[in-house]
Design a protein around this ligand. Structure first.
Ligand code: AMP
Length: 397
């Protein structure tokens, strides 16, 4: 497989699939440009070599065909500012206008194609559409890890129309894939996975797959209470998925058989209502009073979890330990984040993967104190589930 670092783009038009699906306010201002920033190193590499850049991305969820609010033209001011240069825009992906815009693009220029999802063929992974897209550039770069779990035209199928020597990962994709593989395929031991968040049902496949690779699995957040209920505990009105009790017991059994240590929080901060100003007290998790709910892990659990983290050489964290959005219930998540940062400073490899743990690590200003913070969302979760991602396979073969 070609490594982008060893490739010279001089005189070539690079077709780059990026993930610019960024949040925007009603006046079309990008409110978080981190996904655009993530693609800048790849774009700059092509330009610095003397090549030209053609960008493809989806943006929002257009229902059937073009919708002005989802036009990629709204992304241009932000991209232009970040790159410090003007950006051209083609009002479609594959029509005559797009072909002309790509054909007349000069080296050193950047062109943004219209939203790939304005064409239904994108999500259908249509071969004709993919081939037409592929003809717009000389080489294909996939820098969109966030959509690597989709077998869409511009994220996967298109790659089959380029030779092995003409397709590669961009820097963002490369970083995400190597972080995920370091943890899931090449972890230094002990390897501890920390899982939290609201529901067990969202994380079943991840837990099952982690039982094959982790030494320890820490389970916190709302999902922990289903396990206590399954063990016969009284969990008051804490979150619980009654239809997952058998599953929780079977995961505990499987972990024992595989010699994986599952850590559940021994205590919780419980509240008399789901409210930032609720009354609170500490409770052990097998005896939560009726009418009260666990909204954060307690001090004893924090201490035990932090000891496990301090003795780990690889850490994967997905999901908060409590309702960290409310200050009263953020301590558990914050202490875990601090413990991961501390372990990282002593040589442990730490990957923060997916959704709300990423939001938490930013909230506590610790993003630069861990080894890698994934931008991947759903793609990273599917990777943790052990699935082969179409966007990766399409490049690697
Ligand atoms: P997820 O998207 O499944 O990772 O869940 C994240 C959400 O779970 C966050 O919004 C947290 O507020 C919520 N959460 C974490 N712990 C609890 C809990 N003990 N009770 C209710 N919600 C929780």
């Amino acid at each position: 497989m070609v490594n982008i670092d060893n490739y010279n783009f001089k005189g070539l038009k690079a077709l780059i699939r990026v993930d610019f699906n960024v949040p925007m306010d009603k006046d079309f201002n990008v409110t978080d440009d981190s996904r655009i920033q993530a693609a800048i190193p790849t774009i700059k590499k092509v330009l610095a070599d003397g090549g030209a850049v053609i960008l493809m991305t989806h943006f929002g969820r257009p229902k059937s065909g073009p919708e002005d609010k989802y036009s990629t033209k709204h992304l241009i001011p932000t991209l232009s500012k970040l790159l410090g240069m003007p950006i051209k825009h083609a009002p479609n992906c594959i029509d005559a206008e797009a072909v002309l815009a790509c054909g007349t693009l000069e080296m050193g220029e950047v062109l943004m194609l219209e939203n790939t999802r304005f064409n239904p063929e994108e999500e259908e992974g249509d071969k004709v559409f993919s081939e037409e897209l592929s003809q717009l550039g000389d080489v294909y770069i996939n820098d969109a890890f966030g959509t690597a779990h989709r077998a869409h035209a511009s994220t996967a199928v298109i790659a089959s129309y380029f030779d092995v020597g003409e397709k590669m990962f961009g820097y963002c994709m490369q970083g995400e894939v190597s972080a995920a593989e370091k943890v899931m395929k090449d972890a230094e031991r002990p390897f501890t996975a920390i899982l939290g968040g609201a529901k067990v049902s969202d994380k079943i496949l991840i837990i099952e797959n982690l039982l094959n690779v982790a030494n320890n699995i820490i389970i916190g957040g709302g999902m922990a209470y289903t396990f206590f209920k399954a063990m016969g505990g009284n969990i008051g009105s804490s979150l619980c998925e009654m239809d997952k009790l058998d599953l929780a017991n079977s995961l505990i059994k499987k972990a024992k058989a595989k010699n994986v240590h599952i850590y559940l929080p021994v205590d919780s901060i419980i509240a008399d209502k789901f409210d930032a100003n609720a009354n609170t007290k500490v409770s052990d998790n097998m005896h939560i009073e009726d009418g009260w709910m666990g909204l954060d892990i307690g001090e004893k659990a924090v201490k035990e979890f932090c000891d496990v983290i301090a003795n780990s050489k690889t850490i994967l964290w997905n999901g908060p330990m409590g309702v960290f959005e409310m200050d009263k219930f953020s301590n558990g998540t914050k202490q875990i984040a601090l413990a991961i940062a501390d372990a990282t400073s002593k040589g442990t490899y730490s990957l923060i993967g997916g959704g709300d743990s990423v939001a938490a690590i930013h909230k506590f200003n610790l993003a630069d104190k861990v080894s890698y913070v994934s931008t991947g969302g759903g793609a990273m979760l599917e990777f943790f589930e052990g699935k082969e991602l179409p966007g990766i396979k399409a490049i690697r073969g």
